[in-house]
Design a protein around this ligand. Sequence first.
Ligand code: PMP
Length: 407
Amino acid sequence: RKKIDVNKIREDFPVLHQKVNGKPLAYFDNAATTQKPVQVIDALKAYYEKDNSNIHRGAHTLASRATEHFESTRNQIREFINAPSSEEVIFTKGTTESINLVANTYGRKFIQEGDEIIISTMEHHSNIVPWQMLCENNKAVLRVIPIFKNGELDFEAYKKLLSPKTKLVAVVHASNALGTVNPIKDMIRLAHEYGAKFLVDGAQSTAHLPVDVQDLDCDFLAFSAHKLYGPTGVGVLYGKRELLEKMPPYQGGGEMIKEVRFENTTYNDIPYKFEAGTPNIADVIAFDQALTFIKDCGKDKIHAHESQLLAYAFDKCATIKGFEPIGTADEKVSVMSFNIKNTHPFDVGMMLDASGIAVRTGHHCTQPLMDWYGIEGTVRASFAVYNTVEEIDRLYNSLVRIAKRKN
Ligand code: PMP
């Protein structure tokens, strides 16, 4: 199979062709958000220039064009995650809102006093706090799967946490802070043996790995368009039809109703039951182009390219005196988290930025994980389809200089 043509792909990303602090930008903050190809940017402009109107209700041509494009994205998402039906694909504003939706609807109704929810040590705050809030409200109990030093989940400990009291397991597919890919399919199978539902936080995994909801048999999957080369402000919640149908609505308003009377209101069918108000039409429509971009690149080729970059980066940086990797699991997406001995991660980030290299530093919205490691934070370089070996050489050269100061 032919490999990805990185130089050609880079031509599609205007933002990459600029200097930062006098140096060419090397963008390694992809786990926070990816850059957008020109197809996505053009789709946004075209929508506002040609089709702008409210969807699902207008009787005119622009409204039906906008509706058609909006629903076409829903269908491409269905294909992207292999959902049985596009009615199981709900638009939200991001992973965070998707998880909050489940906590506030499924959770509030079906999780009762004494019931247990299982999460893991490596969860993003958005897959911790909504469950804490639910537990507080419904007097349920939150359980946490421990991890090993290399950043892998303790699977045996997970087995022991499961019990008939477990009503929901919510675990990240690929960790944003460590890159660890969790054995989610086996975890889901086990949870189902206890009758528990399973929510997959796919915020990171969807950009790097094939995610097939029917193969995984997950009950819910949450992810964000902006980490998939798409716009900000768009997220997805996939849910199994039988669950979505018995869940109460999330927000009340237009679109989510069938008939409104002061005495009694009936709710719309899924997915609209969960989409109150005017959605983020333009960004949803532009997201379609991002999914097409991924499809055209080929997910397997994206994965192969990123894995090669990750291995190259780790091998090179491992030779640096004072380089301390955090998260060395066997199965990883393209996240290199590390610290430089005797140097605060924030300072490493500042020095890299002075060389035009963009990384993330800090706790990465995983404070309990950082506490577990006994560190304040890490430096995180996360790679995407448009990153190059030359850019990693620059990262390495800068880190050599930074590490030399104190080591
Ligand atoms: N979960 C994980 C694993 C993430 O990486 C992120 C984004 N950093 C989120 C959840 C939250 O996504 P968003 O901010 O797009 O809602």
